[in-house]
Design a protein around this ligand. Structure first.
Ligand code: ZN
Length: 464
């Protein structure tokens, strides 16, 4: 693999190698300052803290974090609807903002609107620099960013981090997939920054046009964010094989404007939390109580970098499992999330009494390398729920492979799900939607909760 020889490195060794005791002292110091700042400057936070009976001087230890109320997306959006467009959580005047972003806001849903001040924006880039440098990117690399450069945060933070690191940045907005491929080949890109889905899409189009990315491109590292994939073993393997390069997972979110964790060059199957800039709690979503290392729960984020719109104890809805820093051989003292963001708290489906996670289905489907794209469909068969998977083989797949595909896939899916019957439909190439950002591959037609229509895809990217 082309990126394998790159050395372990630390963007900020003082912080990344600090003892846990010192790190916790630093977190406490920053937590006190953030709570005081929010309380003094933001009407939203002052009201919220008052209602919870918490004053800044109550924060004396890290355990006191739990005295702070949770922040939910619903109340944040409600504040923006009542005080449009930005709500009343701003800690400074709007005139200090210099960047605007919003969540992708699938149709019908109100987007969350976010402003960054100059200092916030520098911090956004700094967080990405921890991750990208930690994965092996260095000055001298040539990075290609094939994304739309719209108001969705996407890879904006990565762009600024790469500039800051002295990497040559090639912007791939507004091009077709074919044009993007020629650009990255001509300019000798060594790093690609894209969603996992789009990296696979590029690889498919390359194959169709006779380019062998693993052999002919100079790409050594793939930086992935925007959706799960780089943390799903089969998907990661498919990307790495297609490109002959290392693929890393860098989850972020609009609410903090940047990444909060990253995969290091050791690729230990877990991502490091950037703990000098975030406190990440894992709670039981029903009780709100913390869970132990190694137990799954909901990720709750406190950010120290967003000054203009403070974020304290934000309930992300992400399903995670925290493990200790020593689980990764790189030497960082930052704790990790095993398997990255495993899914969403609410995305587990129960079909005929069997728990089904979309990410687990993806892991099995992506193990079949002849599959280009897929879709999970949940519906009703009379009173009973039923689940099926529609798969689209690559055009090059020979007919005998296609013929057996449905049977083999159905058997693997059933054996991983207590024998649950999965219908498998093999569709013609070009039938299923393709995506650049935020792939939506689950269709639930059962009525309530069936919100994921494949046609509800404002960011979908159909090859032009
Ligand atoms: Zn590591």
């Amino acid at each position: 693999m082309k990126g394998a020889k790159r050395a372990v490195g630390f963007w900020n060794p003082k912080m990344e190698l600090m003892s846990r005791a010192d790190l916790q002292q630093l977190q406490l110091h920053k937590l006190k300052a953030t709570v005081a700042w929010a309380n003094e400057r933001s009407a939203f936070w002052r009201t919220k803290l008052e209602a919870a009976g918490v004053r800044p001087e109550h924060i004396r230890s890290l355990d006191d974090l739990r005295r702070l109320p949770f922040l939910t997306k619903e109340e944040w959006i409600k504040s923006q609807q009542e005080n449009p467009p930005f709500g009343n959580s701003l800690a400074t005047g709007q005139e200090l903002a210099m960047r605007y972003h919003q969540t992708s806001g699938t149709s019908g849903r109100t987007p969350l609107r976010v402003l960054d001040g100059r200092k916030d924006w520098e911090w956004v880039a700094e967080m990405w620099a921890y991750g990208i440098h930690g994965f092996g990117v260095r000055s001298g690399d040539v990075a290609y960013l094939p994304f739309s450069y719209g108001i969705f945060i996407g890879f904006w933070g990565a762009h600024y981090a790469l500039e800051k690191m002295g990497v040559l940045v090639i912007t791939g907005g507004g091009q077709t997939t074919e044009a993007r491929l020629s650009t990255l080949m001509e300019l000798g890109a060594t790093v690609i920054v894209a969603t996992p889905t789009y990296a696979l899409r590029l690889a498919q189009v390359a194959e169709e046009t006779g380019i062998d990315l693993a052999r002919d491109s100079k790409v050594e590292l793939l930086i992935h964010a925007g959706e799960p994939g780089a943390n799903i073993p089969s998907t990661k393997q498919a990307i790495q094989e297609a490109w002959g390069a290392k693929a890393g997972d860098f989850p972020g979110m609009t609410e903090c404007g940047t990444i909060f964790a990253f995969e290091c060059s050791e690729q230990s199957g877990a991502i490091h939390i950037i703990e000098d800039h975030f406190i990440e709690e894992v709670i039981n979503p029903k009780t709100g109580e913390p869970v132990n290392y190694g137990e799954r729960g909901e990720r709750v984020m406190t950010s120290f970098g967003r000054g203009l719109m403070p974020v304290l104890r934000y309930r992300t809805g992400d399903l995670v499992e925290k493990i200790e820093a020593s689980s990764c051989p790189c030497g960082r003292t930052f704790d990790l999330y095993r398997g990255g963001i495993i899914g969403r708290i609410d995305d587990m489906k129960i079909i005929r009494g069997v728990n089904v996670y979309p990410s687990a289905v993806e892991n099995i489907v992506r193990g079949f390398h002849e599959v280009n794209e897929f879709q999970i469909v949940i519906g009703k068969d009379g009173p009973l729920d039923e689940i099926s998977v529609r798969v689209e083989p690559s055009p090059e797949t020979n007919q005998s492979t296609v013929a057996g595909l449905g049977t083999r896939l159905a058997a693997e899916l059933a054996s991983a799900h207590e024998g649950l019957r999965f219908g498998v439909e093999v569709v013609e190439p070009g039938t299923l939607p393709t995506f650049e950002l935020k792939a939506r591959r689950l269709v639930d037609t059962r009525g309530v909760g069936g919100v994921n229509s494949p046609f509800d895809k404002d960011l979908a990217y159909n090859s032009r």
